[in-house]
Design a protein around this ligand. Structure first.
Ligand code: DGP
Length: 112
């Protein structure tokens, strides 16, 4: 089981802000912004580079729900950033695909 599968199955505690049959969203343990949530497909895909055409629907759902969580947490009007890290240079540390939802402060560009 991946770390995030353990969170989804309640083997590891997390501050869960949204859940449905396909995805779960919970606050990042090391927040990089006042609001920092991870939106995760329950069925593990290691990283976006390994997603298959059959993952089309769940990937669309993931982004729709990330925007919905942003609205729910009240950062949709001020703005937010969605990030997917892929592989070593991308900064990936957990090999279970997830979207970072970051908001509550002004983001820099280009990212570090
Ligand atoms: P990434 O580096 O893109 O693979 O992001 C992984 C994120 O997962 C990182 O921001 C920290 C977060 N994280 C790691 N372990 C845990 C945990 O046990 N609980 C929670 N809530 N977040 C975690």
């Amino acid at each position: 089981m991946t770390l995030f599968e353990k969170i989804a199955s309640r083997q590891i505690p997390a501050d869960i802000v949204y859940e449905d049959d396909l995805v779960i969203a919970f606050r990042d343990v090391g927040p990089q912004a006042p609001t920092h949530v991870l939106v995760v497909p329950k069925r593990a895909i290691p990283r976006i580079g390994e997603a298959a055409p059959s993952d089309h629907a769940v990937l669309g759902h993931l982004l729709i729900k990330a925007a919905e969580v942003a609205r729910k947490l009240g950062i949709d009007q001020t703005g937010y950033r969605l990030v997917i890290n892929n592989g070593p240079d991308g900064g990936e540390s957990v090999p279970h695909l997830h979207v970072h939802l970051l908001g509550g402060r002004r983001m820099d560009w280009p990212p570090g």
